[in-house]
Design a protein around this ligand. Structure first.
Ligand code: NIG
Ligand code: FE
Length: 410
């Protein structure tokens, strides 16, 4: 089956750099006017100017006035959960902080109790609905974390749900084990026992059953110390899991150094970062994944993206979709916030949400840019004149169509 998408007003090709984009590279994209894309089955097989002689195909779609860009790679989500937490939202409006709620046994602990009780089938059904919603809003590859189980059985249950999502959907899905999301209340006075449970019971089972691709830890004052994080990441490596780590959400406490030393693929959040930490990340190969909807929702300062870009750090953008700090799975809103609040340009934000996210999931050869041989995963916009209409029109659904593996899904 061959489909020709013709008269594309603007094609955001992105970049096919062999490594994550840094500095000025992030602000560059090949943007072509008046072009077509040729798709065969699930692949992009050619694109070029409308002035070329066009091939014979099974189907032609005229995209006059519309733009095309790669689908988003959402490289940080907690998409599998049992219940939303709007009660805590109300507590925060009344003045409580995210950390205070967590310390009082709410937050992640709250989500874990609900998930432990929920039947695996129902958990899967709820997650699948959310995954379809993410795809509808342009996400064409996704990472999903465990971490609301916090017992051997419940962590395995979450990871099996993620495994089923991988098998059910036709977009790339990566699974990250986040057993070290918080110390469960019953281990408050025996923290090392919980860490030992992760290392000696959870990790071996996860490896045996092939349930995870990456290892995450919440390295933060309300969760795990740097010393504990190091132990956990080392153990993850022994079981074949590379680190992707939550750090520097509220405090600079050495998490970045520990992650770089552990050859982390990415460090995620970085609302708080000092010059020494920026320096440590330079040339480390570790991607800085920024999650602007989380500090937006918690009313915290957003990460200093301009400073990081000026320091040549490779930046990615993701939603952090979760019921506590970022209950939105819309990558378009992440892009708007990145431009409005973090002063990224439209090109920088779109690159960070596409190819950079693909690097953060090690799937840059399959997705993240418009390239011959890559998956035919792209977004078709409504008619628009300038690329900046995308971040500008925040809250408005500017997506006309999402194509995944050559199939139109909306
Ligand atoms: O990335 N900070 C740690 N984990 C999530 C929030 C999880 C929750 O509150 O349920 C985050 O913000
Ligand atoms: Fe997160």
């Amino acid at each position: 089956m061959k489909t020709l998408y013709t008269n594309i007003s603007g094609l955001f090709v992105g970049q096919s750099n062999p490594s994550p984009l840094t500095g000025e590279q992030l602000g560059m994209s090949n943007i072509l006017a008046d072009v077509y894309i040729l798709v065969e089955n699930d692949r992009i097989i050619h694109y070029g100017p409308m002035s070329e002689s066009l091939p014979n195909v099974d189907r032609v779609k005229d995209l006059t006035g519309k733009w095309v860009l790669p689908t988003f790679c959402d490289s940080h989500t907690h998409l599998v959960f049992a219940k939303t937490r709007e009660n805590e939202f109300e507590q925060r409006i009344a003045g409580a902080s995210y950390e205070e709620i967590a310390q009082a046994g709410g937050g992640i602990q709250n989500s874990a109790l609900a998930l432990q009780e929920m039947d695996e089938e129902l958990l899967f059904e709820k997650a699948l609905i959310r995954l379809k919603e993410a795809e509808y809003h342009g996400t064409g590859a996704i990472e999903i974390k465990s971490g609301y189980g916090l017992t051997l059985d419940a962590e395995l249950k979450m990871l099996r749900v993620i495994q089923r999502l991988k098998e059910t959907t036709n977009i790339p899905v990566k699974a990250t084990f986040l057993g070290a999301h918080t110390v469960p209340t019953e281990y408050k006075n025996s923290r090392q026992d919980y860490i030992n449970l992760i290392i000696h019971e959870m990790l071996p089972r996860i490896q045996d059953e092939g349930l995870a691709d990456y290892m995450d830890v919440f390295c933060e004052k309300v969760a795990f110390s740097v010393y504990e994080t190091k132990q956990l990441l080392e153990a993850g490596h022994r079981f074949g899991l590379k680190p992707k780590v939550h750090t520097n959400q509220f405090n600079s406490m050495g998490g970045i150094q520990a992650c770089v030393d552990a050859a982390a693929i990415s460090v995620d959040h970085l609302e708080v970062i000092n010059d020494e930490e920026i320096h440590y990340l330079q040339n480390s190969g570790t991607i800085a994944t920024l999650l602007p909807t989380a500090p937006f929702f918690l009313n915290d300062p957003l990460p200093e993206a301009r400073k990081m870009i000026a320091a040549d750090l490779p930046i990615a953008l993701a939603t952090d979709f979760n019921p506590g700090s970022s209950p939105s799975l819309k990558m378009p809103f992440v892009i708007s916030l990145a431009c409005i609040k973090m002063k990224m340009t439209a090109i920088e934000a779109i690159n960070a949400a596409t190819i950079q996210g693909a690097f953060a999931l090690e799937i840059q050869d399959q997705v993240g840019s418009i390239q011959v041989g890559k998956k035919a995963n792209f977004i078709i916009t409504e008619p628009m004149e300038h690329l900046s209409f995308i971040p500008y029109s925040f809250g408005h659904d500017w997506i006309d169509q999402v194509v995944l593996n050559g199939q139109e899904i909306r």
